[in-house]
Design a protein around this ligand. Sequence first.
Ligand code: GLN
Length: 255
Amino acid sequence: MKKKFQIVCLCMFVFALLVAGCGGSKAKKELIVGTEPAFAPFEFQKENSKDFVGFDIDLIQAIAKQMGYEKCTIQGMGFDALIPALDAKNIDVAIAGMTITDERAKKVNFSKPYYKSGLAIVVNKDNNAINDIADLKGKKIAVQIGTTGAMEAEKIAGAKITSFNTNGEACLELKNKAVDAVIGDLPVEAYFLQQGGKDFAKIVGKTLTSEDYGIAVAKSNTALAKDVDKALDTLKQNGEYDKLYKKWFGELPKK
Ligand code: GLN
């Protein structure tokens, strides 16, 4: 009888070990995140610091923690390198103010939307000729490569488009008066103006588009995409998402 009890105990012990081993604790050691760290206030490096900061960075770190990861490592790369990096499994997720588009959704799994955005036109402060998208016909426009801003600029008749790796470089081209306008994400352009860009530039016209940012996961990794959504839902419910939104945008998200 005693022996039987011992065997039962042993079996339970082995079973517990197996459960612990398969519980994903090994697989959940590290989440590798790709981003394009020149997109303040979503992802950027503070002066004299190598650390990545921003709304997206805080959000993905909170999501990783919520999913049970011990570590969340952020890797910086060009915006147009993010989807290929997901495909190559060099990164697990990409968060980079990335707009959910039909085209991209064919290549990756997107999380539910986590930020409402749109495109803005930026011109030099002393430019009174460009007041709306209609005034951009045939004009010189700077954009960031591979972005929705670049796609929007391509629709403008006769526009001469120059592409840059970052929004900052596109804005520098505007400062140097080498282009007439920049088309880029409104919250990023607004932050740029607020951080000193208003000395030479301004936003004009209506917001051109309505876009949703999503977190991208490789097309093959549907399980991770589901987990990201679940964690995002939890953070929205428990107030953590609102806290981060307020920290970076100074207000609560519009419901
Ligand atoms: N939201 C834009 C896009 O998805 C720009 C993103 C970015 O430059 N990081 O194309």
